[in-house]
Design a binder for this molecule. Structure first.
Ligand SMILES: CC/C=C\C/C=C\C/C=C\CCCC(=O)SCCNC(=O)CCNC(=O)[C@H](O)C(C)(C)COP(=O)(O)OP(=O)(O)OC[C@H]1O[C@@H](n2cnc3c(N)ncnc32)[C@H](O)[C@@H]1OP(=O)(O)O
Ligand SMILES: Cc1cc2nc3c(=O)[nH]c(=O)nc-3n(C[C@H](O)[C@H](O)[C@H](O)COP(=O)(O)OP(=O)(O)OC[C@H]3O[C@@H](n4cnc5c(N)ncnc54)[C@H](O)[C@@H]3O)c2cc1C
Length: 664
């Protein structure tokens, strides 16, 4: 036992009860043995480098935090160059540095925008500079007055044929670019989205590469107004990012800085649109949404790792005679709140891996001018992004509550994780744009068209509209086919209900508007089906390692059945299951929680997170929580002096005055 009552052996005991091979699970989580090895190496590289320390980050002022972010980004780049890291290694190194900053947007959006929307010539010119950090770029789309509605953007790019230039202008206050990460202080360039006007005609939104700051002294170029938009939610957290404001006053750029892969403006000012679908303009958003889904599993697994380890250490009640108290992880309520989140972390991990595959596949098809899978990719990325981010934000907060009072301390890592994570629900849109796609598919199915990919199940409409679940015992719910059938039936019936109600409205648009809350629920049901299906498909793969597949099967059942329990109203009202079948699902959930209990700590160990990356005294690998909590408290600036600053001015006179009064 450690000094002060901590019980490090507690976690060793937990690890000893695991019924599966943790190394095998690490491979299943990471995707391959190679992925485990690289991630492990990069995580340790970061953890052992003092420049990447982050334990006092929440105590820094905004200015100190921003400077610290610049320092870390520069140091990370230096290490990447010195060690000649591959792209895979460099991405992981940045992930483990774990401090949002301009580099995220440079690599995550500026570079992909040029790759996706620039011509070959433009890529040849701009990408080498971006790859070497000779320029720093951001993605400037959102404006003060317009975020979700991209077609409503007001910034103009007016072609001037006499000079062969575009004139970038912000005509109103609401047209100020507002929010782009990295814009406020760091970026030298931006991909700016603006209305293209040529020959007196407005051709809508297009992307332009615009230089914003001098490459000599970093000052804004003439006609460019730039700044940071101000402090954001939480101490530290996303305040390391310089989300910015940008205004143009008739700023001129050469014609060839319009991103011209999708459409061009000729020397004479003629607008030409190629045969590429115009939605490819939104391609960078599809790309980044796919990465945001993968990030959801990372954030969620961190929170769950902290909450599971701490719940195994923390003891409350259970002994009337001075004997040991009960680990809070043994309480059924703690398990029923925590284990579905553990299962969700695995579910999001696997759906994220699949989404990455889908994105790669679509990109290859686009290269070959096959645009057929674009609508599905758009619907899947937008839908999964929306569902996984909002569930993850809620889950991090739930993990904080599951850690009791100590979860509210910055040293638990959970407040910062929540504050950094929660904007993911907002950026890249919070609308489940999948609903329109579903309504189109329902209409196509009615005409006999056979849907493919994630909507293939809709082709099974005859069966799914009338089937009744055959589940008769709690254990029947262990059958993946039984789960899949009810999730498919629920999603399809909700979508068909919406389509039928829309058809009764005076117009389709009115129907869409009136039924948008129902459409959103139908979209969520469809997205949850995708996540459940991809988990089930993962289990059909060869998963090596003793006991690994068995644990994943349990987690898959927990993920699906907890959704069924949570959305029981949907399943009952659409007639997919009976109330008794719902009760059987709940009965099985209880049994599964008991089976996961001895494996819980090992299941979070399989995420393979270093203590540095977790950044939590409650989630420490060694479980030595109490001495660490105690030690952390003394690092607070408030404890630098025994008597606080302000005592002489504000406390002493007050206390003296009270003393005098009491003597009266
Ligand atoms: C490695 C690290 C990586 C990155 C770093 C990570 C994090 C960094 C932190 C933050 C980054 C945040 C960056 C941003 O936030 S950038 C700004 C994002 N902005 C948005 O998300 C705006 C959200 N709004 C929308 O998405 C809009 O709904 C819209 C799609 C742009 C609407 O456009 P509109 O033209 O009005 O379209 P619709 O009428 O809705 O649709 C027309 C038609 O097109 C189809 N469609 C729409 N989008 C796409 C697409 N992307 N691909 C394919 N098809 C698309 C749509 O379904 C519809 O089809 P129909 O068949 O129904 O006509
Ligand atoms: C931390 C952070 C980083 C960001 N980084 C960038 C960046 O790098 N580059 C960039 O360009 N932008 C960036 N953004 C902006 C971000 O993309 C937008 O905030 C986002 O697209 C939402 O737009 P909005 O803020 O205008 O919200 P609004 O669209 O005003 O949404 C407000 C509410 O209205 C609802 N709503 C909107 N339209 C509809 C509709 N048609 N039907 C039903 N409900 C609707 C929304 O769901 C929401 O509930 C960032 C934002 C944040 C918070």
């Amino acid at each position: 036992m450690a000094d002060g009552g901590g019980e490090p052996d507690q976690l060793a005991g937990e690890r000893a009860t695991a019924q599966f091979d943790v190394d095998g699970m690490k491979v299943a989580w990471a995707g391959s043995r190679h992925a485990v090895e690289v991630a492990d190496r990069m995580a340790r590289l970061v953890a052992s480098d003092p420049v990447f320390r982050k334990d006092t980050r929440t105590m820094l002022s905004r200015k100190e935090l921003f400077k610290d972010t610049l320092k870390k980004a520069a140091h990370a780049w230096k290490r990447i160059v010195e060690l000649r890291l591959t792209e895979e290694e460099a991405n992981l190194l940045r992930l483990y540095v774990d401090q949002p900053g301009y580099v995220d947007l440079h690599w995550g959006m500026f570079v992909p925008a040029i790759k996706g929307q620039g011509t070959e010539e433009q890529q040849k010119k701009w990408l080498p500079m971006a790859y070497k950090f000779q320029i720093i770029g951001c993605y400037a789309q959102t404006e003060l007055g317009h975020g979700s509605n991209v077609q409503g953007l007001e910034t103009t790019a007016t072609f001037d044929p006499s000079a062969d230039e575009f004139v970038m202008h912000s005509p109103t206050l609401t047209s100020s670019k507002w929010w782009p990460g990295g814009l406020g202080k760091a970026s030298t360039h931006a991909v700016v989205y603006a209305r293209l006007i040529t020959e007196g005609k407005d051709y809508g939104i297009h992307g332009f590469i615009v230089q914003l700051r001098s490459l000599d002294d970093h000052s804004p170029l003439p006609g460019v107004t730039l700044g940071d938009i101000g402090g954001k939610f939480g101490s530290g957290a996303y305040n390391s990012m310089d989300n910015g404001v940008l205004r143009f006053d008739h700023v001129r750029i050469p014609r060839d800085q319009m991103l011209m892969r999708l459409s061009q403006v000729t020397r004479e000012g003629k607008y030409v649109h190629s045969d590429v679908p115009k939605q490819l303009l939104y391609g960078t958003m599809v790309y980044v949404r796919q990465t945001i889904v993968a990030d959801a599993s990372k954030a969620l697994s961190r929170a769950v790792c902290i909450a599971v380890r701490y719940s195994a250490i923390r003891k409350q009640f259970g002994s009337q005679d001075g004997g040991p108290e009960t680990q809070v992880l043994n309480y059924k309520t703690q398990q029923s709140r925590l284990f579905p989140l553990l299962a969700s972390a695995y579910a999001y991990r696997f759906v994220g891996q699949w989404l990455k595959w889908l994105y790669t596949d679509v990109t290859q098809k686009l290269e070959a001018k096959d645009y057929s899978t674009l609508p599905e990719a758009h619907a899947c990325t937008a839908g999964l992004k929306s569902v996984t981010t909002s569930a993850t934000a809620d889950a991090i907060e739930e993990c904080r509550k599951l850690c009791g009072g100590h979860g509210y301390l910055n040293s638990s890592g959970l407040p910062e994780l929540f504050a950094v994570y929660v904007p993911a629900c907002t950026y890249e849109g919070d609308n489940v744009q999948v609903a329109r796609f579903l309504m189109k598919t329902v209409a196509q199915v009615a005409t006999g068209k056979q849907p493919v990919g994630t909507i293939a199940y809709m082709g099974n409409i005859q069966h799914l509209m009338q089937c009744k679940s055959a589940v008769n015992t709690a254990e029947d719910w262990l059958n993946p086919a039984a789960i899949k059938e009810v999730f498919e039936a629920r999603a399809l019936r909700m979508a068909v209900n919406c389509a039928q109600n829309i058809s009764k409205a005076p117009s389709q648009e009115e129907g869409f508007s009136e039924l948008s809350p129902d459409l959103l629920e139908a979209a969520v049901a469809h997205v949850q089906l995708i996540i459940v299906t991809k988990f089930i498909e993962k289990l059909q793969e060869d998963i090596p390692g003793p006991g690994v597949k068995e644990q994943l099967q349990k987690l898959c059942s927990i993920y699906a059945l907890h959704l069924l329990h949570k959305h029981l109203g949907d399943f009952l009202s659409t007639g997919c299951i009976t109330a008794r079948q719902g009760a059987l699902a709940n009965e099985l959930l209880g049994k599964l929680y008991a089976q996961v209990r001895p494996n819980a700590v090992a299941l979070v160990d399989a995420f393979d997170y270093t203590d540095h990356y977790l950044g939590s005294v409650l989630g420490r690998y060694d479980g030595d929580v109490y001495p660490a909590l105690y030690e952390e408290a003394w690092k607070d600036p408030l404890n630098e002096t025994v008597v606080p600053d302000g005592y002489q001015e504000h406390l002493r006179p007050l206390l003296k005055q009270q003393l005098k009064l009491s003597r009266l």
